[in-house]
Design a protein around this ligand. Structure first.
Ligand SMILES: C[S@@+](CC[C@H](N)C(=O)[O-])C[C@H]1O[C@@H](n2cnc3c(N)ncnc32)[C@H](O)[C@@H]1O
Length: 272
């Protein structure tokens, strides 16, 4: 849990009052091809039938006001937040390099304050003509920045660039929510000092980028962020969920990953 103010905004100020007219039935669901492209084919991953906060008690309700969804895909989190009963973001900026996803979000998740922009970042399969380092193109400050299953696909030479841009867009009281594949480099004696990432697909290294845990903790510290909560994966070796906020305090300790083993193969934009 995050250790700061849990103040709730005045309900009279909540746009939820005017935006809560959505229901599961009236809000469009992305088509299966787009759901597949983000590794969540089942519609249940996009739904929010009880209108709960998308990230539950992990994020103070006031932080849902201004949201940046970096690597928003086809609007999974945007859709869930549009269905939240207690608060709907007054500002939601979704960025993604896959143009068909952005186009779908623009056409179907049309709400005041909600905006979806194509980020022209390179990806072998999803945006081959993109540039290596695309600017996020915003000088706004966000109270919640989400990057779910995104740094898990950004290769080491590009990581610092995108992480820095996210850190810069975080408001002074903001929460950064990220997920990571982690390993311990101590067990890989052949790795050079400058090598901190493992890949599974030589034809498209963005298929999965697995980072050294110490390197990731240092990355947060270098950008003035403290990791306040670390949820181990629900499946052994899968995604860690890290919450961070501004500050130079000590990071929370990471518990061992003792989750049951399983399979969660990412969709490959290029098959090896
Ligand atoms: C596994 S999907 C997750 C999508 C979404 N965050 C979700 O939770 O449903 C990863 C997404 O990150 C996007 N992505 C990867 N690298 C990116 C980058 N550098 N800039 C913007 N989007 C990126 C991909 O296009 C893809 O839509």
């Amino acid at each position: 849990m995050l250790a700061y103010s849990q103040d709730r905004p005045n309900p009279r100020d909540l746009r939820a009052r005017i935006l809560s007219s959505f229901t599961e039935q009236t809000l469009p669901m992305p088509p299966v091809e787009l759901r597949r492209s983000v590794g969540h084919e089942g519609t249940e991953h996009f739904e929010n039938p009880y209108g709960v906060l998308a990230f539950g008690g992990d994020v103070p309700i006031a932080n849902y006001r201004r949201v940046l969804d970096f690597g928003c895909g086809c609007g999974r989190v945007a859709r869930q937040m549009l269905l939240q009963r207690e608060i709907v973001p007054e500002r939601f900026l979704g960025l993604d390099l896959y143009e068909p996803s952005i186009q779908w979000c623009r056409d179907n998740l049309r709400q005041p304050g909600f905006e979806f922009r194509h980020l022209n970042a390179h990806n072998v399969g999803l945006n081959p003509s993109g540039v290596r380092h695309a600017e996020l193109g915003t000088d706004e400050q966000f109270t919640l920045i989400n990057a779910h299953s995104v740094f898990t696909h950004i290769v080491e030479p590009d990581l610092d660039y995108y992480f820095e841009q996210c850190a810069r867009a975080l408001s002074h009281d903001g929460v950064l929510r990220t997920t990571w594949f982690l390993f311990d480099k101590i067990n890989f004696p052949m790795m050079q000092e400058f090598q901190n990432c493992l890949y599974i697909n030589p034809d498209d290294p963005s298929n999965a980028a697995i980072y050294d845990v110490k390197f990731v903790r240092e990355l947060f510290a270098r950008h003035g962020l403290t990791i306040t909560t670390a949820h181990p994966p629900e499946m052994r070796g899968h995604q860690w969920l890290l919450y961070a906020q501004r500050g130079a305090g000590p990071h929370v300790a990471f518990r061992p990953d003792l989750a049951p083993t399983g399979l969660a193969r990412p969709p490959a934009s290029i098959d090896g």
